[in-house]
Design a binder for this molecule. Sequence first.
Ligand code: ADP
Ligand code: MG
Length: 731
Amino acid sequence: MSNLRFKAVEDAFKKKAVEVAAPAPLTSDYYGKYVFNKTQWAKYLPKEIVKALTGVIEKGETLNRDLADHVAAGMKTWALEQGATHYTHWFQPLTEGTAEKHDSFIEYGGAPGSPVIEEFSGKLLAQQEPDASSFPSGGIRNTFEARGYTAWDPSSPAFIVGDTLCIPTVFISYTGEALDYKTPLLKALNAVDKAATEVCHYFDPSVKKVFSYLGWEQEYFLVDDGLYATRPDLVLTGRTLLGHESAKNQQLEDHYFGSIPTRVQSYMKDIEFEGYKYGIPLKTRHNEVAPNQFELAPIFGETNLAVDQNLLIMSIMKKVARRHGFRLLLHEKPFAGINGSGKHNNWSLGTDTGVGLLTPGKTAEENLQFITFVVNILLAVYKHNALLKASIMTAQNAHRLGANEAPPAIISVFLGSQVSAVLDKLEASTSEQAIVMDPKKGMSLGIAKIPEVLLDNTDRNRTSPFAFTGNRFEFRAVGSSANCSSAMIALNAIVAAQLLEFKSTVDKKIASGIAKEKAIFDVLKQYIKESKPIRFDGNGYSDEWKAEAKKRGLDDETSVPIIYDAYTTPQSIALFESIGVFSERELHARNEVKWETYTKKIQIEARVLGDLVLNHIIPTATKYQSALLDNVYKLHQVYDKEKAAELSAQDTGIIEEIAERISLIKYRVEALVEARKVANKIEDERAKAIAYRDKVLPYFEEIRYQVDKLELIVDDELWTLPKYRELLFIR
Ligand code: ADP
Ligand code: MG
C-alpha cells in the first residue's frame, strides 16, 4: 500500500497544467450563454409574455397556467437549440448541495407507440411531484405520504448543464411545509423587502422595493487526485482524521496572495470560463492563508440568485477539478493545525431607486437612513445572536469556530471606529441637537462626513464574525460547504422583524404628535443603548473577550446540538411565525434534521477512523516494529550481550514506544466503538447528537494524537497514507 502512496506522489509531481482556452476573446461574448435570461426572453418569448413574467417576478407571485405554458414553449425551443434532451427541477433539499431528477423531453405524439415528439408544457415547468421520501424532512413527511412537490421559482432563471435544462425550484411537502432552503429564503427576502421598504418611506416615499444583496467569498482546498484517492478519510469524510502537521505549513504566510501555482491557475481559469457561461459574475481569485487553499468571489447580486449561483459554482468547481487532476475540498476543516475554509457572506440592502442602505450617503436624509438601518441591524443581531450562530453551525464548521482562527463561537459586531463614533455621538446628544439638519452641511453630528473615511478599508478586523466593511456587513462565520441560505434566512428574517418593530414604534410616536425626525432619533438612541453589548471591535480570539462576552450575556454555547436549540426558543418561534418564514412545526422538524445530520457525520467519521487505525496504522507500525525486532535479534547474534544491548538501545526504545502507543490506540478505539453503541441506542435525535458530541467525538483527538506520534517514528517507506506535506504542498 505504501507503494501506492509513492506512486501517487510521483505521478502528482509529473502533472502539468492543463491548457484551457477562453470560449471567446471577450467574456461578454459568451457570458450567460447557458442561462435563459432576459436576453433570451426577448428572443424566445412574445413581448406580452415577457411583460407578464417580469410582473410576476417583481411582485413575487406564482405563475398562472397560461403564462407558464407560454414560457415553457419558449424555454423548450431555446433548450433544444442548445442541445438539451432532458429537463429537471433543480432544488435544494436539507442535505448538502442540490438535487435533480432528469426527465427526457420525449412523449408519444399520440397513442402509445406513435412517433415521439419533444414536449415541455407549462405544467411540467411550473410543478413536479418527486418522491420526497428519501429526502430529510424531520418527520414532516411520513413515508405513507411520500409526495412532495417542486415549483419553479421564476426569480431564478433556468439554465442548461450538459444535456439537461435545470429549473430552479422550491421543494415543499404535500401539507405545505418547506423541505428545502429556497422556500424559507424567498419568504425571508420578501419579509425584509416589505419591512425595509416601509422604513425607507420615512426618507424617500418613491421607494417601491428593497433588495437583499449577497456577495459570497468561497474558500476551498485543492488536493492532487491521486493522493486524495489513497486517503480514505478524505474520500469518505472530506477531511483528514489523521496526519501529523507538516514541518512547514502556514507559518511563513507565504501562500496568501502569493503567485498562483500554474496547475491551479489553469483550474481557476477553467472555473471562470464555466461560471461565465452561467452568468456567474466571478471577479476575484487568489491564494488563501493555508497551503493549497484558494478563494473565489463574484460581484455581489440579489440574494436568491447569488445563493443559486454559489450552489452551481460549487458543483462546477467539483467537476472541473477532476479535469485538472485535482479533488476539491469544500469541507470547513480538511486539515488540522492550519486554517479551515469559510464562505464570508457580504450582505447589504438596497432600494429599487439604486440607494445602498448600508452605504453612507451624501445628504442628511440619506445618512439618517443609513444610521437607521445600521442601528436596527445591530439590535437585531444582538437580540438574535444565538440564532445567527445556530444558522451557520454544523459538525464541520464546529472545527473552525472557536478554534484559534476565523470567527470565534460568539457572535459580535465590528463597526469600526468611524461608525462607532457616530453612534456614540448620537447616543450622547439630546434629540433637539441631533435633529438639526443643514441641507448643505448635513446633520449637526457631522454624519455627512462619513463616506470618505468609511470607504477606506484599513479599518478592518479579521477576528470579527460580523463586521461592517464600508457599505455592507460581512457575516464571516458561514462555512465553506454551506448553503448560504441558512445564514441568509436567519439574517434577513431578524432584520425584517426588527424593522417592523422600529416602524411601529416610530409611527406611534408620530401619531402622538412628535415630529418624524425626532421620533426616529429617539428610537435610534434607545436602540443604540440597548444593542451595546453586541458591539465589539477588539480581538475576537482572546480569552478576555470570552469572559467579557459572557458578562454581556452573549451566547457562548459551543456544543453544536445544543446551539440548534436557538431555533425553537419562544423568541425565535415568535420571530419566524410573525413574518411567516417558518411555522413552529417546521422549526422543530428542521432541528430534527440537523441533529440527525450531525450524528451521521460523526458516526461516519468514527467508523472511518476505526478502519484506518486497524487497517493502516497498526499493521504499518507493527511491521516497522517487527523490522526493528529483527535488527535487535541480529545484533544479539553478532555481538556479545552487553554490546548488543548498547547498540540496540535506540531500537528497543522505539519498539516499546510503538507497543505502548498501539495498545493505547486499541484501547481507545474499543472505547469509541462502545460509546457509539451506547449513543446509537438513544432514540431522541437531540440526545443522540449530544451523546455523539460529548461521548464519541472526544476519542478522535486522543486516537489521533497517538497515531500522529507513530507517524513521526515509523519508517517513512512503510507509511501508507500520504502525509500532510504531500497533500498540502504538491500541486
Ligand atoms: P474582501 O476584501 O473582504 O476579500 P472583496 O472585495 O473580494 O472582499 O469583496 C467581497 C464580496 O463583497 C464581493 O462579492 C463583493 O461583490 C461583495 N460586495 C461589495 N459590496 C457589496 C454590497 N454593498 N453588498 C453586498 N456585497 C457586496
Ligand atoms: Mg471579505
